[in-house]
Design a binder for this molecule. Structure first.
Ligand code: SF4
Length: 254
């Protein structure tokens, strides 16, 4: 996309989609007909960095005598193979496909959601369907093509009727997520939704209380924001989400 007018149009559409401040052109007549600036910014400057929040370092297993294939998985492919065969919790009983996650192994941003929904279960891919399309647009709004981001969930199998994963299901599945993070070693983690945020930060706080802080997981900055599925239900959350993802973008650029 090299035409400046196309870039400007895309930027304004992203602003509109994510609830950004309205852009009003005050010029009229001949001035209004003049061409747009040569290079409209695709990624506007981010807000100031918020204060530090929770820092969590989950302990490594202390069992030196039992081999743990998850902890010892040497690649994301090996990990996906373990997930495909996993029966550690009851969610294996109703799944069609496991949804381990996808993205480049050296991604700088890692997005974590809650768990697969119906379309994800059918396809084996995370964040597809309407919520996935919105995530793709959110990432584009901060100048990140989706295929440069690692995208995964807390649980890798669909909870029946899209219910929230239960505590024991999360506990059984979370070693996969932690190993994914160890392997990708992203610069920033974006936790989307309350389940992802509480899991990443080992916290029971509400999503609202965890927003607008720079948390840390094993030293990696974690930004908490709304899940795209929640944004589809409540468009009022688009503006705060826009603020959050710009903070993530700023941390990526630092
Ligand atoms: S949700 Fe996770 S722990 Fe449970 S069966 Fe699926 S992969 Fe295994």
């Amino acid at each position: 996309m090299t035409d400046p007018r196309t870039v400007a149009r895309a930027y304004l559409e992203q602003q509109r989609l994510l609830g950004g401040d309205p852009v009003v052109r005050e010029d009229t007549g001949a001035a209004a007909a003049s061409p747009p600036p040569a290079a409209a910014p695709v990624t506007p400057p981010g807000p100031p960095l918020p204060p530090p929040g929770t820092s969590w370092e989950p302990p490594a297993s202390s069992d030196l005598f039992t081999a743990d294939p998850v902890r010892e998985a040497t690649s994301l492919e090996v990990l996906a193979g373990l997930v495909a065969a996993c029966t550690r919790c009851r969610l294996c009983e109703s799944r069609t496909h496991t949804v381990p996650g996808e993205g480049p192994p050296d991604a700088r941003l890692l997005v974590v959601g809650e768990g697969p929904g119906r379309t994800e279960d059918e396809t084996g891919r995370p964040f597809v369907g309407q919520a996935g399309d919105l995530l793709t647009k959110i990432l584009a709004a901060i100048g990140l093509p989706r295929d440069r981001v690692y995208i995964c969930n807390v649980v890798k199998c669909r909870p029946p009727e899209n219910r929230v994963p239960q505590f024991d299901e999360i506990a059984a599945c979370v070693p996969y997520l932690f190993r994914q993070i160890d392997l990708v070693r992203p610069k920033v983690i974006l936790a989307m939704g309350g389940t992802a945020a509480q899991t990443m930060l080992h916290s029971k706080q509400s999503l609202g209380a965890m927003r607008n802080q720079v948390h840390r997981f094993r030293g990696i900055p974690v930004i908490v924001t709304y899940h795209p599925a929640a944004l589809l239900r409540n468009p009022n959350w688009k503006k705060p989400t826009w603020d959050d993802v710009r903070i993530a973008r700023r941390l990526l650029d630092d």
